[in-house]
Design a binder for this molecule. Structure first.
Ligand code: ADP
Length: 467
């Protein structure tokens, strides 16, 4: 062996770093995190920095009634029968602990809690940076201060198992450069308590994702970090782990076709969906509940087509009076991801939307705001806090991009990886975060990956320290 640790963690996203901190809290002497990319944090840095927790002090302060059970019920509904209640419960019930752990590490939250799609209570807590970096940087700093060793450009290649099949270590490629598969040299690292695979999803592995869902060709954009290629997942499958729901790959309904990757539009749309409308460009009419679950919205957005069947991105029309309260507005205007219009006429002309139906739609919408009821799509009107849609408007185009893989390897509520052949845990092997499958089912709700990845990282650390 080249080196030996109690806990070996592969991947430095939410799941990996939360596990590292928790393992140290529980007294682990030697903990290491290997990250294949030059930068730490993976996909976990590429999001709007929001996490759904139910039953926090901040919610109580704002008069929001909520609890873990409600959160689980919302997620089960979105999961359309494919979500795992046991895994959702394990994660939701740990929510207040996870929230406190992030605070202890130095994350700072805004006072305003966001309403994300498909939720029955307002529960998406957002860090002031409005980016996952607001969680990752404090976790990374804390982990290092606690003595966790972290190595970038160290790629996990293979699991090492003993004659009984127990995972006892890993092969790591040191000095790895992304895209150069043979770069660096290979060392063998021993893990006495266990190996945690926290390697994220496969959104950027186009052939693998297209094998699962043939519609996700290279023409469909992706919000992920480039390292989301699924190599950790594929290695676990080779070791006999049970694959779950690999074809359930979620696209983000807030994505903009006018920029690459996750970009700025996501944060802007996410903040504004509750008090804005999305209209079809050809009809000038709404076509969805703007705060439905992600899959519902992404599917409906993808159906917007011109007469030749080509993509015809919908328009999210936002009242500037409210949009300006969030810094994301400056960003989308600066980078030409959204545009400002003084009147409905100017907006309609610019995007070639039929004026009369659009005007009528806006008038109808404002009546729904007054009445507190949306007869068109049953949107939760309290989420928009009575804000009306008046000029000037900020408009962003909407076209989904691949964002999150609900599928992955099967784990139990202790984050142990389950072997397909036996239905039993593979000794010494744990997984947490996006690399796991079956937690969310058909549709993962917004703001629900971050708390789940953090929670299962923590659970995996606890399991390894008990083992
Ligand atoms: P999660 O949110 O589930 O924690 P992320 O995508 O944020 O997942 O983080 C996963 C991290 O794992 C990324 O930083 C990615 O670069 C890293 N990673 C993926 N595959 C490997 C590998 N083979 N070796 C080392 N790190 C890996």
């Amino acid at each position: 062996w080249h080196s030996e640790y109690d806990v070996v963690i592969i991947g430095s996203g939410f799941a990996g770093l939360a596990a590292a901190v928790e393992a140290k809290k529980l007294g682990a002497k030697r903990v290491v995190v290997f990250e294949k990319m030059g930068v730490y944090g993976g996909n976990s840095t590429l999001n709007a920095g929001q996490a759904c927790f139910a039953g926090t002090d901040l919610q109580k302060k704002l008069g929001i009634e909520d609890n873990a059970n409600l959160m689980v019920l919302d997620q089960l509904k979105a999961g359309r029968g494919l979500a795992s209640e046991a895994l959702l419960r394990a994660s939701a019930e740990l929510g207040p602990y996870v929230y406190q752990l992030t605070l202890d590490c130095g994350s700072k939250y805004r006072d305003h809690i966001i309403t994300t799609g498909g939720t029955s209570a307002t529960r998406s807590h957002q860090v002031i940076e409005r980016s996952g970096a607001g969680f990752i940087q404090p976790l990374l700093k804390t982990a290092r201060e606690m003595g966790v060793e972290t190595y970038n450009r160290h790629k996990f290649d293979h699991l090492i198992r003993d004659e009984k099949g127990r995972v006892i270590g890993v092969e790591i490629r040191r000095g790895y450069h992304f895209g150069k598969e043979e770069s660096g040299d290979v060392i063998q690292v021993r893990a006495t308590r266990g190996v945690l695979m926290a390697t994220g999803g496969f959104g950027y592995n186009i052939s693998f994702r297209q094998a699962q869902d043939p519609t996700l060709t290279s023409e469909v954009g992706c919000t992920n970090a480039k390292g989301a290629t699924g190599d950790g997942l594929i290695e676990m499958l080779a070791a006999g782990a049970t694959p779950v729901h690999l074809s359930h790959i979620q696209s983000g309904p807030w994505a903009s076709p006018d920029e690459g990757g996750f970009g700025y539009g996501a944060g802007f749309a996410l903040y504004n969906f509750p008090h804005s409308i999305a209209v079809d460009r050809t009809t000038g009419q709404r076509f969805m509940d703007e705060i439905a679950d992600r899959k519902t919205r992404a599917d409906l957005e993808l159906q917007r087509r011109d007469k030749d069947g080509k993509p015809n991105p919908a328009l999210l029309i936002v009242p500037k009076a409210e949009a300006k309260n969030d810094p994301s507005m400056e960003k989308v205007l600066k980078y030409n991801v959204a545009w400002e219009f003084d009147s409905v006429e100017a907006l309609a002309k610019h995007f070639d939307v039929p004026l009369k139906p659009l005007k009528q739609q806006i008038a109808d919408w404002n009546r729904y705001v007054d009445e507190g009821h949306d007869p068109q799509f049953g949107k939760r009107m309290d989420a928009g806090r009575g804000i009306k849609l008046t000029a000037p408007f900020i408009v962003q185009r909407l076209w989904p991009k691949v964002h999150y893989c609900q599928g992955g390897v099967q784990i139990n509520p202790k984050a142990e990886v389950i072997a397909a052949a036996t239905g039993q845990p593979i000794a010494g092997l744990y997984a947490a975060g996006e690399v796991t499958g079956g937690v969310h089912g058909v549709s993962r709700l917004g703001g629900c990956a971050t708390p789940e990845c953090l929670a299962f990282g923590i659970i995996a650390a606890r399991s390894m320290m008990e083992a």
